[in-house]
Design a binder for this molecule. Sequence first.
Ligand code: ZN
Length: 621
Amino acid sequence: MWIINLIFLLFFALCAPVLSYEADNINCFKVVYPRSDTSIEAPSTFFVGQVNAGSVLTCNGENVRVNSAGFFAHVVPLHYGANHFLLLNSDKDKETSSSLNWTIVRKSPPKPISPNELKIEVQKPNSDLGITPGNIINFLVRATPRSVVSVQLGQHQITLSSAKKGKQSSNFNVAYGKTFQPYELNESDIYKGSYCINDADHFVSIHPLYKLSSRNGNLTVSGKGDISTVEHLYEARTTTTPTVVRLGPGLARTTPLVEGVKVIVDGWSGDSMRCVYSSNRHVWINKQSLVMESEKDLPQAMHKMGKEVSENTAPQAVAQTINVIEDGYGEKICLPLNERLPYQIEQKINPNCLVMRVYGVSADTDWITSEPQENDKDGSIIDHVSWRQAEDNVYEVIVYLSGKQQWGYKASYEGTTLCLNVKHPPLLANDGTLKGLKICLDPGHGGKDSGSIGCSGMAESQINFEIASKVKSCLESYGATVIMTRPSLTDGPSLEDRVKIATDNAVDFLVSIHNNALPDARDPWKEHGTSSYWYHPQSIELASTLKKSVKKNSGFIDLGTRYQNLALARPTAMPAVLLEIGFMINPDEFTKLIDPRFQSKIAESIADGVKEYLYPKPETK
Ligand SMILES: [Zn+2]
């Protein structure tokens, strides 16, 4: 989540209006990042901007590295509070000079509570909780140092211990794949403790009471949020397609569900409802994507509503047969059930298979049938299908695929039959061209979202669009059908809409084209290059092939093929890749990125990469 937040903050910061100062018509002098008077958490940041080519720039007397095109980047350390910078630009040829005053505020760490203050600040828990026996509630408060701090929870009194006594984890954040500590943690005022719920606990919307006694007096503070024990399990149904499913409140995603899937709710944390998949698997779904079988209001006083279910009602469905049917998308594995039950899908490349785990199902599978195929059986994308009872009430369908590659999949319900659609390979003319290939290109950002800002102030959205348009021409010249997620420079469809365009058009590939930036505390002169991103294993090889091809032509450093949780890499219906060609804030890469000839070279390399993926050379396969 931090990654997402920080990337968002970074883009937000980089989207700031470009501040420039024109000393006269001839002298160009602009700082495009950071904004003056901006507030930054990190211990350092960097100036990015443009001066006239050949001029000399200093920052507080230190020489700033300016490239031959006049673009610069310069790292500056920050102390807490206001940091003042004087940027002096002198153009010796024209005998002009100009200056800019810049102030950057580094956020100071929160002041520790003084031993003379009487204070409790509750940090955790900070939202409503629905809990069951065996669950642990963790308490975290900041309070007057050298006090006795406890929490009253129903009849229980839990003494919190001062964090100073034990070794504490640091308060690190993550930005662009690396951790950093925004400030040294002051632990003198931190108290922690925990309580494990037992069978005898019956809490109905209680507030924890925090009590402090110190030499200065006593204080009692009520906690944030209600705490209730969940006395029964409740049935709910998903209301949206897709319903986002997470492994913890606000944590990583797992297979999204379609609407109408029955889940059993056994707890909550704030707006996240905890759903039971099996005896050792819980997932979390936002309450807005769920409707209770009998009541719509959640989670207030949930203990009184909902259709109660007994823990002994499992299994909820019996799997008797698996049918394999051909359709326009590819082949469809159908599992008739009498309920829409939750599922997770895991993709593996070695062995090449899809594992569909269905929760609440027991096996009585006597048949796996496939329709007689009109086409030659050799052309089948499925090698064979098998099943197993992975654990009580967890049924697995394993789809072994022919060949080494996968071309996409999607899960859906038709009535109460669970279907796993496996995509066929692109229907190529097989003449070395891309005739028959349908590809979706996504020029990143657009509309109000300019993405990152380059040294000259040019928006990433523009460069992405220019490159993507050239890729489109190249691919079309090879015979491919190309669908663009944004047909013009000014369009700015949402991330969801972009994915929908690719999925609805049943394209063979989705390639999102971006250019990169760094968060604060990094160095644009040191970290730059070409990288590609994947989310599902089916996209790794395409990501790697495209990156290699781009890297070869860009001459940029190879930053690798990386896993990242990105909306445009998340669709499963086709291999989906996000490419970061170069860095907008690296002066030398930016100089190339804005050159139309360089853009054409990159576009050709992407189209060539697609070709290489579809027609691999014998030695590489
Ligand atoms: Zn971008």
